[in-house]
Design a protein around this ligand. Structure first.
Ligand code: FAD
Length: 661
């Protein structure tokens, strides 16, 4: 039996939680040993999780020219094998440099790194086991820090097939798959779904709940759904995989999935991302009285002490939020508590959350849905990157900053950002929130120009305007006087035919002027119809066609009525400002496109684009970059124009493709 070596602290695991905890204690003069079972230090963060997925994402965005596709109207086709080498090559370079950096940090703090698997002998001694399970060293300490992380959870019966993988094994790709099904629409599943969709993989995402990224503000999570659909992905919500079988002898699409709904899918690869379990097996925690949940997570108090006071646990092994960012700080806070160092006493009440979907998301503080559930009164302020100079320069169309604040005190309650640099920008509201600041902090600040950060100021102004509007029930009286619809300056269209309209869901609105020049703006759905058209369009006068499926959006029509908007068929023609349209029917009538299968294929999209171009509509984007929702919104706007100029009639409230009789 090896002799017992004495330390002040023994750390189990060298991921972000273990590394930072060890360095914190060592910085204040403690003798520290850190045990790591893998060949390299760094944990899931460096080797299988955070850094690999983010490096792959950046490389994919770069290789596909993804960020600038729309700006320059081009897209790049990937050589799947070659691009994989580029993706993985970059990954190794980043991983190696990060590993070196962690080793240097531990060495600088004189932390003894011990190689082997740690297991408790008793509550004061850890054995370091070699691959045969024999103790090579025995370490005792006054304090222990468990930071052993987590591992992906694969449902039983799915582990045998090499093409059915989890988020650790997805990194061993031999090529970029042609088709892939991602099971689980949480953070990791959604991030990988976006990455592969951007690389051109035909992707299906299956999620059991009724939306992706549960817990994230719904306005942002629905924007990600839209973005994935724009990249050609199919999203199946409220469904689950029941079985996976392999069709023998097939080189492609060999995996056959049967879903709970009865739907069948084929795929080259299946990625399961259905949660992670704490790495506690084999640590002997039961033996020493440390409580563990059925999913292998260690239970801790607010100081990160387990049920045995001198044994602490941090990071993924304790469960939510299971982020590298929080794991590091938990490690530092825990060790300050353990050694009575008053330098850090607690985790901050608000920590940011970053999701590297495409576009990326970052949040701090409660979501709109959480505030509603808690019964907290709030007001919203929004600013969109498409209206921001930097946003226009970099071609960032989808981005949005949404702030939530107390309408009485203007105190900031939360901030949610979607778009380029979201995970960097979130630090601006983070500091306001940390100091209990109000939205006036944004209004009073001078931001660099042009920057995306400047949008915080405009989000705050938007919030103030909304506060003012609260006291004005209708703004109908302020609009231009009624006139013949044919003489209106603008014809607008919005397509709301996708199922599941929820407040805040982004929808594309097409604004067409009399010269048929179109531009696209994004509107966050509000049943009142507030903000559906830009202010100048409201003021000058327009006809808006609301595109829908079989069912008219009755709550929106009621909202528009309340705002004094005349609906076709309900008011004299001079007063009509709103008509309905069914884009699917319009396309069918205008061509054969709508009758074909696969209407969102690039060919069908090109045909639709050409139909509208033949009618002299001008678009800010070319045929390769235009999206289905933009085409449907433009079709609705054109229908509004045809109705207003008596080139199409209305049946009930719906514009048909036929001329007035
Ligand atoms: C695909 C993916 C993407 C992610 N993206 C992000 C992101 O963008 N941002 C973010 O903040 N977080 C992200 N995360 C989460 C992040 O990686 C984890 O929260 C973080 O790594 C947890 O740190 P940790 O120190 O708790 O554990 P880990 O990093 O898991 O490290 C645990 C270490 O303990 C070692 N170990 C385990 N058992 C023993 C034992 N018995 N003896 C000795 N050593 C042992 C392991 O080998 C490992 O090295 C992502 C995770 C995944 C899977």
């Amino acid at each position: 039996m090896p002799n017992i070596e004495k330390f002040d602290l023994v750390v189990l695991g060298s991921g972000p939680g273990g590394e930072k905890g060890a360095a914190q204690a060592a910085y204040f003069g403690k003798r520290v040993a850190l045990v790591e079972r893998s060949a390299e230090v760094g944990g899931a963060c460096v080797h299988t999780g955070t850094l690999p997925s983010k490096t792959l994402r950046e490389t994919a965005l770069y290789l596909t020219g993804f960020r600038r596709r729309e700006l320059y109207g081009m897209s790049v086709r990937l050589d799947r094998k070659k691009s994989l080498r580029q993706l993985v090559g970059r990954l190794h370079a980043v991983t190696e440099e990060q590993t070196r950096q962690i080793r240097r940090n531990l060495a600088r703090h004189s932390v003894s790194v011990v190689s082997g698997r740690a297991a408790f002998e008793d509550s004061r001694t850890v054995a370091v086991l070699d691959p045969d399970g024999n103790a090579s060293r025995r370490l005792s300490a006054d304090v222990f820090l468990i930071a052993t992380g987590s591992s992906p959870f694969l449902p039983p019966g799915t582990a045998g097939d090499p093409d059915v993988v989890d988020s650790d094994r997805i990194l061993n790709l031999d090529r970029v798959p042609t088709t892939m099904t991602v099971v689980g629409g949480g953070v990791i599943g959604t991030e990988y779904a976006c990455l592969f969709a951007a690389l051109g993989t035909r992707l299906t995402l299956v999620e059991g709940r009724d939306r992706l990224l549960g817990g994230v503000d719904e306005e942002l999570s629905t924007a990600i759904e839209l973005s994935l659909e724009r990249m050609g992905a199919q999203i199946l919500l409220g469904d689950a995989v029941e079985s996976i079988t392999r069709e023998p002898g097939r080189a492609t699409n060999a995996l056959r999935l049967r879903l709970k709904s009865g739907r069948r899918i084929r795929a080259d690869k299946v990625l399961f991302s259905v949660g992670r379990a704490g790495n506690t097996a084999g640590l002997n925690l039961e033996k020493i009285g440390v409580s563990v949940t059925p999913r292998g997570h260690v239970s801790v108090n607010e100081h990160f002490q387990t049920s045995v006071a001198h044994i602490y646990a941090v990071g993924d092994v304790i469960g939510f939020p299971a982020l590298a960012s929080t794991s590091m700080e938990q490690g530092r806070v825990a060790m300050c508590h353990a050694f009575g160092i008053t330098y850090k006493t607690a985790m901050p009440p608000y920590t940011p959350y970053g999701i590297y979907s495409i576009p990326e998301i970052s949040s701090i503080g409660p979501s709109e849905q959480e505030l509603k559930t808690q019964g907290v009164d709030y007001e919203i302020g929004r600013a969109r990157f498409e209206n921001n100079a930097r946003g226009q320069i970099i071609g960032e169309e989808e981005g949005i900053i949404k702030i939530l604040f107390d309408p009485k005190t203007r105190k900031l309650l939360g901030a949610h950002i979607l778009g380029d640099q979201a995970t960097e920008l979130i630090h601006v509201p983070m500091f306001v929130l940390a100091h209990g600041g109000t939205i006036d902090s944004f209004i009073d600040a001078v931001f660099n120009f042009p920057t995306l950060a400047e949008s915080f100021k405009y989000a705050a102004y938007d919030g103030l305007q909304r506060l003012e509007r609260r006291s004005r029930p209708s703004d109908g009286a302020e609009r231009a006087t009624r006139c013949d619809p044919a003489t209106r300056s603008y014809f607008a269209g919005v397509d709301l035919s996708r199922p599941g309209l929820v407040p805040g869901r982004p929808s594309t609105v097409c604004i067409m002027d009399r010269w048929r020049r179109c531009r696209f703006v994004t509107w966050a759905y509000e049943a009142t119809g507030s903000g559906i058209l830009p202010e100048e369009v409201e003021a000058i006068g327009s006809v808006l066609a609301i595109g829908c499926g079989e069912e008219a959006p009755e709550d929106l029509l009621a909202g528009l009525r309340r705002r004094g908007r005349g609906i076709v068929g309900e008011t004299s023609e001079d007063c009509v400002e709103v008509v309905l349209a069914r884009p699917a029917d319009l396309w069918k009538a205008w061509s054969e496109v709508g009758k074909r299968k696969g209407t969102s294929s690039p060919t069908a999209r090109r045909l639709r684009y050409d139909i509208l171009r033949t009618e002299s509509l001008e678009f800010p984007v070319g045929p390769d970059a235009i999206h289905d929702d933009q085409l449907d919104a433009a079709a609705a706007a054109y229908a509004a124009y045809l109705w207003a100029t008596k080139q199409a009639s209305a049946q009930g409230a719906y514009v048909t493709a036929a001329a007035h009789g």
